[in-house]
Design a protein around this ligand. Structure first.
Ligand code: FAD
Ligand code: FES
Length: 244
């Protein structure tokens, strides 16, 4: 549940390049950072709908989000400067369960985003393995000092040893591969999200063999709950084709 039902306005306190990504820092105001893996809806300047982002870091007085500029909304967020203001709603959804004995954090590409805050909440230095497409993307590993890093063609799944409680975030093919290796893994999934709190049904996928809203059930789910398949009611391509 969000700490408030309506968005609040937050000032940008910093915007830093991390490889090809941008770490966007916002004044925290009265927002609760929530549990790792929960997400916030950020106003995307000039766009009709907000966009969902995992909390990356929660330094005192701030909330920081790692943004991959892949389209108009994320590009607008990466273009914000100090002093600009945007509307923010959250924390939303269900994050990672932290009651694990032997955590291993697994991130792929921009899937690194929720892991620094997750590492902090797990006590600071759990083992972390990360996979990236290029050396430039791998610069984001600096957010998790001590992480083991694979760059394509080496896959991050090759770095996962046995006996860990895997907590993963990354692209869908990586999550399927992690689920096959670690059936008890906690996985952070994505679907197009227009509201973030259960009203629009844009994020419906098959969970526990029934159609459910990922923004309420997840985005973090135990691997078995998706039965190995994310099935959008509205294909992602169609959702992206409308101006939103
Ligand atoms: C719970 C959650 C947490 C997220 N956390 C982060 C984060 O921390 N950092 C980050 O950079 N991104 C994150 N994302 C993804 C981010 O929300 C999208 O990249 C963003 O909404 C794209 O907006 P856009 O206007 O830039 O591009 P659009 O034009 O909206 O999208 C570009 C392309 O990506 C597809 N697409 C967009 N969003 C999704 C989606 N959620 N699932 C599948 N396909 C999609 C579109 O169909 C289109 O093909 C998260 C998504 C979810 C659901
Ligand atoms: S994002 Fe609107 S119902 Fe899930």
């Amino acid at each position: 549940m969000p700490s408030s039902a309506s968005p609040s306005t937050h000032r940008v306190t910093g915007s830093e390049r991390v490889g090809p990504y941008t770490l966007l820092r916002l004044e925290r105001g009265g927002l609760d950072p929530g549990n790792p893996g929960q997400f916030f809806m950020l106003e995307a300047p000039g766009r009709l709908l907000p966009r969902p982002f995992s909390l990356c870091l929660a330094p005192p007085g701030e909330l920081a989000f790692l943004v991959d500029p892949i389209g108009p909304g994320t590009e607008a967020l990466c273009g914000l400067g100090i002093g600009d203001e945007i509307a923010v709603l959250g924390p939303l959804g269900c994050g990672y369960r932290l009651d694990v004995d032997r955590p291993l954090l697994v991130g792929g590409g921009i899937g690194i985003a929720p892991l620094p805050y997750l590492a902090e909440k797990l006590g600071g230095s759990p083992p972390v393995v990360l996979g990236f497409r290029t050396e430039e993307h791998a610069e984001a590993a600096a957010l998790l000092p001590g992480a083991e890093v694979a760059v394509d063609p080496v896959l991050v799944t090759e770095l996962i040893g046995p006996g860990f409680d895997v907590m993963a975030c990354g692209p869908e093919p990586m999550l399927h591969a992690v689920a096959a290796l670690c059936p008890t893994a906690q996985l952070a999934w994505e679907a197009p999200m227009a509201c973030g709190y259960g009203a629009c049904y844009g994020c419906v996928v098959e969970i526990d063999a029934a159609l459910k809203r990922l923004c309420l059930e997840g985005p973090v789910l135990d691997a078995h709950r998706l039965n190995g398949h994310v099935r959008y009611l509205v294909p992602a391509e169609s959702a992206g084709a409308v101006s939103r």
